[in-house]
Design a protein around this ligand. Structure first.
Ligand code: GLN
Length: 454
């Protein structure tokens, strides 16, 4: 823990941490030593981790990367983080994200952008600043920089997998309902899931086990036994059928990514798995459906930030003006855009045309996967259609940024588990990831296959 606390200081130029908690880390490490001396160590005892600043942590500032939560110190701890502390993990601090987890690059937080540790050049004097991906870019960067052994992330449309892919780390989005959402700042409640981000698949298996489990405080939490995920890492994938969805050869897929995908297929074949072509015909509608459903839910979830209950208040002549001033000053541009889109698609005159249509498409996408899993056990795709980009790119045009989520959002719409595993470096020396998608509650197969790929 002492070494990691020093590493946290050393990585300050990358703007990874929003809040450092060295005192908490050292006292948690001490308590862990005492437990160990008594032979009572938990499965994560003494392991220093970072927490995405979207998880409420009791008494520790929680900002969601937004000005509107200034000064908010929760009175409670999220279920997922409390389970990690129960199992002995040590908290190094809270890490950066896109504001309210809306984004793919960790550039929209009020606290500034996170720079990927993979950026060429010396820290602070980079030749080019590369994004760490997003929204869990702080979680990905802290692991890539070797300043934490693991980090919590959340994934609504790719926010664990895409930053993992862009930083050469491992990230798992579990099946919807595996991890409790209680105490996590809500973005789009029917899509949000927490998950682990780590250096290795084995670490992810250990951390995932601590994060999962039934929680009566979350009505969508699923009451199912949590397997010993580590036992799934047998190294044996002989006979496993690996689905390759033909619709994922999308227009604009970089040749480098296509080659990486072929390489992944070849690795699995060599290990005895059998590639099979599958079809996910509604893939082309997934982004459109996602960028209606997610903003719709977000506009409703974010209604609570009104200057009365949390954080920032900007006074006005009357109550309505106070709301307007607070929300106008407190939310950044991307969050305001999503609230406007969400409010629009939910309005009485447009509800059927947009929101209801998107929900129907969502069901079709789920059926596509049900059908595909009749002929395969796991699906392999690239994590993102492009290599990690530079800070500043894709920023003027939000649609360009949204297109980057093409391989990740269908999985959230279908509620399935998926994982990004490091698969090598691209021509520019930056990391690339492959995505594995599993049947509901079959994280074990993902881990087993991921372990062979990494
Ligand atoms: N990039 C997607 C979005 O902006 C996904 C974000 C996420 O998974 N939290 O909505």
């Amino acid at each position: 823990t002492e070494a990691h606390v020093r590493a946290v200081e050393a990585v300050r130029p990358f703007n990874i941490f929003i809040t450092e908690t060295p005192d908490a880390a050292l006292s948690m490490a001490k308590a862990s030593d005492e437990r160990r001396a008594k032979g009572e160590a938990g499965p994560m005892d003494g392991l220093p981790i970072a927490v995405k600043d979207l998880f409420c942590t009791k008494g520790v500032s929680t900002t969601a990367g937004s000005h509107i939560l200034d000064g908010f110190k929760p009175e409670y701890e999220s279920t997922v983080t409390s389970q990690l502390w129960r199992d002995g993990a040590v908290m190094l601090g809270k890490v950066n994200l896109d504001e309210f987890a809306m984004g793919s690059a960790t550039i929209t937080a009020h606290q500034g952008e996170t720079v990927s540790p993979w950026s060429p050049g010396a820290p602070g004097a980079w030749e080019k600043k590369i994004v760490a991906g997003g929204s869990s870019g702080g979680s990905a960067a802290v692991i890539a920089a070797r300043a934490a052994l693991g980090a919590t992330g959340t994934d609504t449309g790719g926010s664990i997998r895409q930053p993992a892919g862009y930083t050469g780390t491992v990230g798992i989005k579990p099946t919807y309902g595996r991890c409790s959402r209680w105490g996590i700042v809500a973005y789009a409640s029917s899509l949000d899931q927490a998950g682990p981000m780590t250096r290795t698949v084995e670490d992810a298996a250990i951390m995932l086990r601590s994060m999962c489990g039934f929680d009566p405080k979350d009505s969508t939490s699923v009451d199912m036994p949590v397997p010993d995920f580590r036992a799934a890492l047998t190294g044996d994938i002989r006979g496993l059928r690996v689905g390759i969805p033909k619709e994922y050869r999308v227009e604009g897929l970089s040749p480098e990514i296509a080659a990486l995908w072929d390489q992944g297929i070849a690795w699995l074949k060599e290990a005895g798995a059998e590639p099979v072509e599958v079809s996910l015909p509604h893939t082309k509608y997934a982004l459109a459906a996602y960028y209606i459903i997610a903003p719709a839910e977000a506009s409703s979830n974010l209604a609570r930030y009104d200057g009365v209950r949390y954080g920032l208040r900007v006074e006005g002549g009357n109550l309505k003006e106070m709301y307007e001033n607070t929300r106008g000053a407190g939310f950044g541009k991307e969050v305001q855009r999503r609230i406007l889109i969400g409010t629009y698609v939910l309005s009485a005159g447009y509800y059927d045309a947009y929101y209801n249509k998107a929900r129907q498409v969502r069901t079709r996408i789920k059926w596509d996967f049900d059908e595909a899993f009749k002929s395969c056990d796991v699906i392999l795709t690239p994590t993102a259609p492009s290599t990690p980009f530079a800070i500043g790119e894709k920023m003027d045009d939000p649609v360009q940024m949204y297109l980057n989520d093409v391989f990740t959002v269908p999985i959230n719409l279908a509620g399935l588990p998926a994982m990004s595993v490091p698969a090598g470096l691209g021509a520019d020396g930056l990391p690339l990831g492959l995505q594995l998608i599993g049947r509901p509650f079959d994280e074990e197969t993902l881990l087993r296959v991921g372990h062979v790929v990494e």
